[in-house]
Design a protein around this ligand. Structure first.
Ligand code: SF4
Length: 216
């Protein structure tokens, strides 16, 4: 039974990783989390946190990001990669937030995804972490591991999000993402997952499948 399997997976995730909410991107408010999430595309959270430590001192609010000089902001965020696009999007986002939302990050999915460079993933990070709206964030870990666990067969993040919304109880929407990120970083790596240390082998569709392939 799919529902029973899902329940088992969630119970094990709760047991191992607890139900504690945490966000890997350092931030003090919605605006900072929005900027950090934009910067996190194709970049590790650890590197983003190093960059934002000084970035948020230099640009303390949305108005200062809106007024930023493009070339200077590009230099400031360069270590996060894709800095041309990210800087353009950050300034565009900040301008729209200042002009249309009085400097406050909006909370609806529609308003958030209308901001430059903000897709469903970033919008759901904000909705889940800041506004505590049940939201499912489909990042690389959630995509890979949900497929391995047989919770979805889809490839497209938006389709995965809708599928997970059907199978996961709402109280796990945000938690699932937090727990799966931890699981993906500690055990279920993209390459050579540590299956011998995994607590979800019974529920994994990939476990033992590829004979001869080392999964240490
Ligand atoms: Fe990932 Fe291996 Fe565990 Fe499957 S058994 S969930 S591939 S670590």
């Amino acid at each position: 039974m799919a529902a029973k399997r899902t329940k088992e997976i969630l119970a094990l995730l709760d047991e191992v990783y607890t139900r504690e909410y945490k966000c890997y991107l350092n931030h003090k408010n919605a605006g900072q989390l929005l900027i950090a999430t934009i910067l996190s595309a194709q970049c590790t959270d650890a590197r983003v946190n190093i960059v934002t430590e000084t970035l948020f001192e230099k640009y303390p609010d949305m108005q200062s990001f809106a007024d930023a000089d493009l070339a200077e902001l590009e230099r400031d965020i360069r270590p996060t990669g894709f800095y041309h696009n990210k800087a353009k999007n950050i300034i565009g986002c900040a301008k729209k937030i200042v002009e249309e939302y009085g400097g406050e990050v909006p909370n609806s999915l529609e308003a958030l995804t209308s901001l430059p460079g903000v897709g469903r993933k970033t919008a759901n990070v904000i909705r889940g972490n800041i506004f505590h709206e049940p939201s499912i964030v489909v990042d690389t870990h959630v995509k890979r591991i949900s497929r391995r666990l047989g919770l979805t067969k889809e490839e497209d993040p938006e389709k995965i999000e809708y599928e997970l919304m059907k199978v996961l109880p709402k109280d796990h929407w945000i938690l699932y993402n937090i727990q799966i990120i931890t699981f993906g970083r500690q055990i279920c790596f993209a390459r050579s997952p540590k299956c011998s240390e995994c607590f979800l082998t019974k529920n994994c569709r990939e476990y033992g499948k590829e004979k001869g392939k080392k999964t240490k």
